[in-house]
Unconditional design. Structure first.
Length: 160
């Protein structure tokens, strides 16, 4: 039996659900200092000497927002900011030891929070949602790649 393509109504419901989830995550990041700190610290994890503009790009925020976030993390002792020898107009940001500790702490807090969200789910449901979200991200990447290399692209059309 062949799988049926999703209808426009199916896709509309998906978009509404994804936008609602994304909006609630964005609200949580804005309200919770820990969530915004986590995002910055994650952007620096495993990297040394990251320019604030790279952090902004990774977080998909305005550079001024990333600069404020870096300044707050520096005041907390979680990041070190040094002059960029290669470009005197710029600086480089790196995690400190306490920044790495805070990153781990915030990760645990976040995981505990998400565990509450799925507390009444069974393991198979959590794995299935994860699989589908990973598949969705792969599909988005494939579409973005195809848009970079135009050719024949599928378009949504209502069936008559």
């Amino acid at each position: 039996m062949a799988a049926t393509k999703p209808s426009l109504n199916d896709v509309t419901k998906l978009v509404v659900a994804l936008f609602a989830t994304n909006a609630s995550l964005d609200r949580a990041r804005r309200r919770n200092k820990g969530a915004s700190a986590l995002a910055v610290l994650q952007a620096l994890e495993g990297r040394e000497g990251v320019r604030p503009s790279e952090i902004a790009a990774a977080l998909q925020v305005h550079p001024s927002h990333a600069t404020r976030q870096v300044q707050e993390r520096e005041q907390s002792g979680y990041v070190a900011v040094t002059a960029n020898a290669g470009d005197r107009r710029s600086c480089l940001v790196s995690l400190t030891g306490s920044g790495r500790e805070e990153l781990l702490r915030l990760r645990h807090v976040g995981l505990d929070r998400f565990a509450l969200f799925v507390a009444d789910w069974n393991a198979a449901e959590v794995r299935e949602l994860t699989r589908l979200l990973e598949k969705f991200e792969a599909s988005k990447a494939a579409v973005a790649d195809q848009e970079q290399h135009p050719g024949s692209r599928p378009r949504w059309r209502e069936k008559a």
